[in-house]
Ligand binder design. Structure first.
Ligand SMILES: N[C@@H](CCC(=O)N[C@@H](CSC=O)C(=O)NCC(=O)O)C(=O)O
Length: 278
């Protein structure tokens, strides 16, 4: 059951926020939804958006400017939080921005004390779609996108769940998390020190292993301060070239890691999703 917390009219559609008791995460979760005007009369397809480090479900809704085009294209936006939340949910002991609250990394944690709540992979792939498709006017046509940590999550969900998402896109994703400091910290904390267990959450490794993917669009800013150390788009580009999958990896001169970059290219990404969701 979902409980509506707020609703605001936008571009003829409805920007809403809900809360629910998550059985997967063992806590109360909030998520945002934009329903386009077409949803008043018929079920519509859904794009799931996974946000990055430090975000809640509200960053994308307020900063990306996605609602106007989503309304034109008749696409719902489903925007979850980035980690479990609440008093009983453990956080990084130093309050770091890249682990714990706001940094669930879209994995199923196996290590204590994280394993009780930090199951964002199952939440995104199973619990949330079941919940929203029961409660809202949505078809079962889904696609997925995200930014940075959320771009990593979107690519991993799409690569591991054949047939679940019609296509995938990402803005400045963490492309090779087993080979970067953010990934090392998150995966050793949530999954433990056996690096074989990390491979299932690494888009570059998954692509090289499965050699198949839904249609993919990845956009990366050249002035992104996380580019070389954390994001490693060249590694994903090499995997794409080796496997010959249908994918576009675009570089954009002068753009950084911020939501200004996302806002600049969200229209292109939404049109990409609409092509496969219709
Ligand atoms: N505070 C950190 C950087 C945090 C940051 O840049 N978060 C990004 C996502 S980064 C990868 O997942 C973000 O989307 N922030 C929210 C926003 O609204 O901009 C630092 O100081 O380095």
């Amino acid at each position: 059951m979902i409980n509506k917390l707020s609703e605001t009219k936008a571009f003829g559609g409805r920007q809403m926020r809900f809360e629910h008791e998550s059985n997967t995460l063992n806590c109360t979760m909030q998520f945002s939804v934009f329903l386009p005007p077409q949803a008043a009369n018929a079920k519509v397809p859904a794009l799931y958006w996974l946000s990055g480090l430090t975000c809640t479900d509200e960053n994308f809704s307020s900063k990306a400017g996605a609602q106007r085009v989503a309304a034109e294209l008749g696409i719902a936006l489903i925007i979850p939080d980035t980690s479990p939340r609440g008093e009983g949910v453990p956080d990084d002991s130093d309050g770091a921005y890249d682990f714990g609250l706001g940094a669930g990394f879209y994995v199923n944690a196996t290590q204590q004390p994280w394993a009780k709540h930090y199951h964002m992979y199952d939440y995104i792939v199973k619990e949330l779609p079941e919940l929203v498709e029961q409660s809202l006017p949505l078809t079962s046509a889904r696609s997925i996108s995200g930014h940075s940590m959320g771009g990593h999550g979107a690519l991993v969900m799409a690569l591991r769940n054949k047939g679940m998402y019609r296509c995938v896109s990402a803005f400045a994703p963490i492309c090779h998390p087993t080979q970067c400091p953010w990934g090392h910290k998150a995966f050793s904390g949530y999954l433990g020190d056996d690096r074989d267990d990390w491979q299932a959450y690494d888009a570059t490794e998954l692509l090289l292993k499965h050699r198949t993917a839904p249609p993919m669009l990845v956009s990366q800013g050249e002035a992104d301060n996380f580019l070389a150390e954390q994001l490693r788009p060249d590694d994903l580009g090499q995997a794409i070239a080796q496997t010959g999958i249908e994918a576009t990896l675009e570089r954009h001169e002068g753009y950084d890691h911020s939501y200004y970059f996302i806002a600049s290219f969200i229209e292109q990404h939404l049109h990409f999703h609409a092509k496969y969701l219709k």
